[in-house]
Design a protein around this ligand. Structure first.
Ligand SMILES: Cc1ncc(C[n+]2csc(CCOP(=O)(O)OP(=O)(O)O)c2C)c(N)n1
Ligand code: SF4
Ligand SMILES: [Mg+2]
Length: 273
């Protein structure tokens, strides 16, 4: 209550042993300024909270909090404007890339990002994402792929895995009936306007650190005026992947990655990536 986490977590511990006196520095963790001090509505183990935290840390470290504008999707992250401590607006389902385009063109000095789920980006919003990427809009997209429609009750998404059971594919996704999973990074990598594309599987602390690097690089891509950047986050949804939070992390790391291999799909700094 009222105690900042800097004070509670940044302690030193001194241990005396026969070999001498050892001082251990406590690791410094605190709430990023770019994240509000409120409880979120996300289920326990949901990947959205991790992605929010990493975006907020990157915004703080880049010193862009007062000039960042996010666009929240329709999906479980619909209330993201209550969680980020910078300007966030809302768009109709799937239309955040169009809103981002308008904001960036009108306010080129702002850092603009679109935040989207897999239903939002790869189903109803397919046209918006493909054309924003193809035009090389100088915007950043954070794409949370949890292989399901979370907000509406666990229906099949375009990224649901083959054989995955959802409320609309109770016997499993069948390629002949429902098509195969859409691989967004691979699809967008073919477009000339795209500067940077990376997919990260959020299944471990190491992966979270990787996401931080990717998010920072995506923002830098925009700040350097290089064009369209997108980071796909393979993400847990324990509620509709119908797994415990820890099993959902294994599902992301061991199962989703077979269909969606992590990696850098396009990098303007390394033209042949
Ligand atoms: C025009 C329109 N069509 C359908 C919906 C219903 N709807 C709300 S969220 C959603 C999908 C959400 O899934 P996703 O984008 O994957 O986000 P998640 O909740 O999994 O993070 C759908 C179909 C809507 N709100 N508006
Ligand atoms: S339903 Fe899934 S995506 Fe939505 S908040 Fe819960 S765990 Fe997260
Ligand atoms: Mg989803």
């Amino acid at each position: 209550m009222g105690i900042r986490s800097e004070e509670t977590h940044n302690r030193t511990l001194t241990v005396r042993s026969p070999s001498g006196i050892h001082t251990f520095m406590g690791k410094k963790y605190s709430r990023p300024e770019a994240l509000r001090d409120v409880a979120t509505h996300y289920c326990a183990g949901c990947g959205h909270g991790i992605v929010h935290r990493v975006i907020a840390e990157a915004v703080d470290e880049l010193g862009i909090r007062t000039r960042t504008v996010g666009i929240a999707p329709v999906g479980c992250a619909v209330l993201a404007y209550d969680y980020f401590n910078f300007d966030v607006t809302e768009a109709a389902h799937g239309r955040t890339p169009a809103v981002a385009t308008g904001l960036k063109r009108a306010m080129p000095d702002r850092v603009i990002f679109s935040y989207q789920g897999d239903g939002d980006l790869a189903a109803i919003g397919t046209a918006e994402i493909v054309h924003a990427a193809n035009r090389g809009e100088n915007i950043t997209v954070f794409f949370v792929n949890n292989a399901v429609y979370g907000m509406t009750g666990g229906q099949m998404a375009p990224t649901s895995l083959l054989q995955q059971k959802t409320t609309t594919t109770p016997t499993g996704r069948n390629a002949a009936v429902h098509g195969s999973p859409i691989r967004v990074c691979e699809l967008l990598a073919t477009l000339d306007g795209v500067a940077y594309l990376e997919r990260v599987a959020l299944s471990s602390p190491k992966a979270v650190r990787k996401l931080k690097k990717a998010v920072t690089k995506a923002f830098r891509t925009q700040m350097d005026g290089q064009g369209f950047s997108l980071v796909e986050c393979l993400s847990s949804c324990p509620t509709y992947q119908r797994l415990s939070p820890t099993d959902a992390l294994s599902f992301v790391g061991d199962v989703m990655t077979k269909t969606f291999p992590p990696g850098i799909y396009k990098d303007w700094e390394k033209k042949d990536a």
